[in-house]
Design a protein around this ligand. Structure first.
Ligand SMILES: [Zn+2]
Length: 74
């Protein structure tokens, strides 16, 4: 018995590429996510992302702030 699950690959390069773009928190220009790290906090581990925009602003911030920035763009 060897059931196959070949519908969804373990890692999707397409999904990663789409998730790596956001907008700059400072100037709103297109920005790329350069790194992802999980940092320990008093409330438990929080995922952080490094962001670098086309104006060379560089940020390291929690992913939940990144979502807020993206939603407020429109
Ligand atoms: Zn910027």
């Amino acid at each position: 018995m060897n059931p196959r699950r070949d519908a969804v690959p373990a890692q999707s390069a397409v999904g990663t590429a789409l998730a790596a773009l956001t907008s700059c928190p400072a100037c709103g220009a297109p920005a790329e996510i350069t790194r992802r790290d999980v940092l320990e906090s008093t409330d438990g581990p929080i995922e952080h992302v490094g962001v670098r925009c086309v104006q060379r602003h560089i940020f390291l911030m929690p992913t939940f702030l990144l979502d807020r920035v993206t939603q407020s763009q429109s």
